[in-house]
Design a protein around this ligand. Sequence first.
Ligand SMILES: Nc1ncnc2c1ncn2[C@@H]1O[C@H](COP(=O)(O)OP(=O)(O)OP(=O)(O)O)[C@@H](O)[C@H]1O
Ligand SMILES: [Mg+2]
Length: 230
Amino acid sequence: MLELARVDAYYGSSWILKAVSLAVPDGGIVALLGRNGAGKSTTLKTIMGLVAPRAGSVRFGGAEIGGSTPHAVNRRGIAYVPEERRIFADLTVDEHLAIATRSHDWPAERIFGIFPELVPLRDRRGRFLSGGEQQMLAIARALVTGPRLLLLDEPSQGLAPRIVDVVIASIEAMRDEGLAILLVEQNVELALEVADRAAIIDQGAIVFDGTAAELRGRSDLQTTYLGVGT
Ligand SMILES: Nc1ncnc2c1ncn2[C@@H]1O[C@H](COP(=O)(O)OP(=O)(O)OP(=O)(O)O)[C@@H](O)[C@H]1O
Ligand SMILES: [Mg+2]
């Protein structure tokens, strides 16, 4: 479905992504893991059209999308939930969803089936939502644009363990609805619990690409590249 082949990306003259190749199959969850500054967010931004690749190709559903605008990439069926959630303080939950909705595929019942915790909060303004509630709303807002692929940047960041479980449940519910997900995470355990496949990026280069089960058994890689158990 999504395929990056030897993608290079830069911020100004800083070479960040180095020949990144990565695939997300239809309906699968792929975890993209790596240390701080490894290039995870830059990879998502490059897919989304927020950073233009200088080399390589980004293909989605058979078409080249590398260098397209974020708006055009979203129209093709990719939605992005950035690290910073960008919830509006003065808009209610329902208002956030109403302004983002572009697809008849996601009526309220379907959205709130995935995020039941948001039902009693529909009239609450952004400024009164907890971090976890804001994260759920940010994902819900991406869903109502009608994507086939969702890019999630560290959805568990800063959330209490109980709330992380709720976010995991919503990720699994979306997968069960047929969405493909590219999940960037620092929480390796969480990511390997939900993902089918996993890739590790280090200093802008992919150093592992395999099944989540395989990476679960590779404590050497987890120690070297993810700082797990050190
Ligand atoms: N707007 C920018 N301008 C210049 N350099 C940037 C910019 N954004 C990120 N970088 C640099 O690019 C590299 C990759 O950053 P990126 O945000 O992709 O890392 P990350 O893996 O998402 O890290 P984190 O886990 O901290 O979110 C880092 O060295 C970072 O300092
Ligand atoms: Mg990041």
